[in-house]
Design a protein around this ligand. Structure first.
Ligand code: ZN
Length: 191
């Protein structure tokens, strides 16, 4: 089965078991939001105990507090009433494996998927690249504790974010599934 067929088959099953979820309200019932990484090993619904309709989950590479993530958080509170936010990065994140220059150089050479040998990235094929990657800030991560702290702080200090929203900083451990608090971050995010 192709991925497309697999997804559509899974959706047929989901629809069959959908129950009364069509009656859920638009605003999240438990009034909180999570900003986390897109990593395929992370399932926020499971690691944070969410059902459909419970909370907002905003995901991007690294779970970083990018301008667009902050846009979503501001909408989450201002229009949809969330009152507590979590920033959750994780161990063994892919964003720790490169820096802006490496990414820009790889893209400059080729747009096809690069290979990682455990130490360095390289392009299996060359040609057809693009220089535009040199103009992007990729929001890579050198230290998870530091990135969680920086992101909580950035959200906290944003002029469109009210002071009464607590922002908690955590690292999800991909080996155990445990959420580990980053006290410095939570402190920075205190309401
Ligand atoms: Zn990640």
């Amino acid at each position: 089965m192709t991925i497309l067929a697999e997804v559509l088959a899974a959706n047929d099953q989901y629809v069959a078991d959908f129950g009364d979820k069509g009656r859920l309200a638009l605003p999240p019932a438990r009034r909180f939001a999570i900003l986390t990484c897109m990593d395929a090993r992370l399932d926020p619904a499971k690691y944070a105990g969410l059902s459909e309709g419970d909370a907002h989950v905003i995901r991007n590479a690294g779970g970083r507090a990018s301008d667009d993530a902050i846009r979503s958080l501001v909408i989450s509170h201002k229009l949809l009433g969330t009152l507590e936010w979590f920033v959750i990065h994780h161990t063994d994140c892919g964003m720790e494996l490169f820096c802006d220059e490496v990414m820009a150089d790889l893209l400059d050479d080729s747009l096809e998927t690069a290979a990682f040998d455990g130490t360095a990235w390289s392009n299996p094929k060359h040609g057809g690249g693009c220089t535009a990657g040199h103009f992007v800030k990729w929001l890579t991560i050198a230290s998870q504790e530091e990135s969680v702290y920086q992101d909580v702080k950035r959200v906290r200090e944003h002029p469109l974010v009210p002071k009464y929203i607590p922002i908690y900083g955590f690292i999800y451990d991909v080996k155990s599934g445990k959420l580990i608090e980053v006290p410095k971050a939570t402190e920075a995010g205190r309401a």
